[in-house]
Design a protein around this ligand. Sequence first.
Ligand code: SF4
Length: 328
Amino acid sequence: MRPFTYTGAKSKDEALQAFHNSSHYLAGGTNLIDLMKEHVAQPEQLIQVKNLKFKNISANKKGGYTLGAMLSNADTANHKDIRSHYPLLSMAMLSAATAQIRNMATNGGNLLQRTRCPYFFETSMPCNKREPGSGCGALKGMNAQHAIFGYSEACIATHPSDMCVALAAIGATVEVQQRDGNSRHIDFSEFHRLPGDQPEKDTNLETGELITAIHLPKPVLSNHYAYVKIRERSSYAFALISVAAGFQIENDKISEIGLAMGGVAHKPWKLTKAEDFLLGKQPTEANFKKAADLAMADAKPFEDNAYKVQMGKNAIVRALNEAKEKAV
Ligand code: SF4
């Protein structure tokens, strides 16, 4: 690990003012410290922000709830209001990592997790995300766990978070503090980005912006919900494929729906075509299968990950069926 300086910020202003171009905010550190040990991340300064006051869960003016960015994943997932109003989010968060990591990891940090592409961690291999311009080891290498949507020649990595798949389905908004003292809100669909020719950038955050809150909309997906996560072992593993599904049924028709997928793209992948198809339809197996076909129609797999297309369809149908059965 390279030497670095450590600044314990006592306020957001102190954190923002301390930031320079070689700084990194530190909260739970469950991903960042590993990356530093592997020489993948090499910040010159760490600014501790975990103790800042953004640790509450509260009702917001839009009829939803706001999650503090520095609150732990465990405290968020187990909070009574989140369990009752956003059970899909709670379920997705509790499927992630281990209890110990969920106790340490924060909500803001979860959004900033970096890919688990093995070439990204292996500094002897080319990786455009770690070292821009060096090439992509996975493109013609081992790509069984890589993207089937939205990738570029520069990077075919996937986003690893479970929480973010649920937030994409729910339609959250991220609040960030800017270095000039202003704040801005970013729609969750715009928070993460596709790799294009700048795979080193995972998000649309500007340099030094600090995540302080995640705003959840009015809870309309809490009656029927399911998070299906398919992985190589049953715990402490990232998703090969995951699906977050939530919907509402009125008069035997789907009146609200949120669907998103993990493990398939550089960002949580919203299944807009499937949502549009299912809205106003009956929640039948036939409709679920048609929606799954639509969702996966544009998939472009590689040699090692073609299995994700059928697995993705199956996971979508399973998530929708489980959500239908789970009537609250
Ligand atoms: Fe690096 Fe992305 Fe290629 Fe993986 S897929 S080696 S993260 S550039």
